[in-house]
Design a protein around this ligand. Structure first.
Ligand code: FES
Ligand code: FES
Length: 161
């Protein structure tokens, strides 16, 4: 078994020293070492988007990212996606628009959408659909998810003018 090495990871604004194997993926380290179980394991092969996190604000699939690759970068998970209240606006919108049913896919959609809206604050519905095309949901049929993301974009546009 390969020897573990000590790495330093920045996750949700905190610094962690962890012993990892070179082959350990970020998804395992987040869930097993840091108990950040909001990041879900769906397919474990890059096809469902359930494990989406941010690396320096960019969306990344944690199941395809080695923990070693995250060294020197700021990792953000759904637990670190804070809003002004208890919920981030996307979390609130998913709840209000029925964009979350069983909820298993929801953290991945929200992390994908948060990174997307940061890049494209006034997207069309088609652009939203394209942005979430790597995320799978078996419950909602996607329309309500797009509704939720569009509602957040519209609300932000209304307040920023
Ligand atoms: S668990 Fe990573 S993409 Fe499905
Ligand atoms: S809400 Fe159940 S898989 Fe998306």
């Amino acid at each position: 078994m390969p020897t573990k090495e000590i790495i330093t990871l920045r996750v949700n604004g905190s610094t962690h020293e962890l012993a990892v194997r070179p082959s350990d993926v970020l998804l395992d380290v987040l869930r097993e070492n840091l108990n950040l179980t909001g990041t879900k394991r769906g397919c474990d092969m890059g096809t469902c988007g359930c494990c989406a996190v941010h690396l320096d604000g960019e969306p990344r699939l944690a199941c395809l990212t080695l923990a070693l690759e995250a060294v020197g970068h700021e990792v953000r998970t759904i637990e670190g996606l804070k809003g002004e209240g208890l919920l981030h606006p996307l979390q609130r919108a998913f709840a209000e628009h029925g964009g979350s049913q069983c909820g298993f896919c929801t953290p991945g959609f929200i992390m994908t959408a948060a990174a997307f809206l940061a890049e494209n604050p006034r997207p069309t519905r088609a652009e939203i659909q394209e942005a979430i095309s790597g995320n799978l949901c078996r419950c909602t049929g996607y329309v309500k998810i797009v509704d939720a993301i569009a509602a957040v974009a519209e609300a932000r546009a209304a307040t920023t003018g």
